[in-house]
Design a protein around this ligand. Structure first.
Ligand code: DAT
Ligand code: MG
Length: 140
């Protein structure tokens, strides 16, 4: 498997609890390199666009409200098989189902406030990275 890039967000529940460094340490320990990173306040429009695939789901409104409730840290992570590796390190969407040692098992508060986002495919990673970063902001 080749070196890949994936898109990551440290979500408001985690930035509120000052967990950015703790979560980054887990990523780095697992071979994911942070090749771009910035702390932003996501706008309502950015959140709606980013989660457009979920726009018909009953939790969409609260998801957008949550993602705009406090700063987030958007990142590009790079490594061997990074998309799948990052998803494994994050753990299941619902922290009650997340494996021991994963970010969501350790830190997530609920299925909605689950600390991190990670792209689910290399194709979506490219789309998501382009939504938040220009090429010269990514330094591998
Ligand atoms: P993931 O973030 O693991 O890729 P997803 O793409 O299915 O999960 O959903 C995106 C986010 O939406 C998820 O991180 C939290 C929220 N969400 C998903 N299912 C939910 C539910 N049943 N109730 C509340 N929020 C939910
Ligand atoms: Mg998803």
């Amino acid at each position: 498997m080749a070196v890949q890039r994936t898109f990551s967000i440290i979500k408001p529940d985690a930035t509120n609890r000052n967990l950015t460094g703790a979560i980054n340490a887990i990523f780095e320990k697992n071979g994911l390199r942070i090749v771009a990173q910035k702390r932003i306040e996501m706008t309502q429009k950015q959140a709606e666009t980013f989660y457009a695939v979920h726009s018909e789901r009953p939790f969409f409104g609260e998801l957008v409200e949550f993602m705009t409730s406090a700063p987030v840290v958007v990142q590009v992570l790079e490594g061997e098989n990074a998309v799948l590796k990052h998803r494994e390190v994050m753990g299941a969407t619902n922290p009650a189902e997340a494996a021991e040692g994963t970010v969501r098992k350790e830190f997530a508060l609920s299925i909605g406030e689950n600390s991190v986002h990670g792209s689910d495919s290399e194709e979506n990673a490219a789309i998501e990275i382009a939504q938040f970063f220009s090429g010269n902001e990514i330094v591998g």
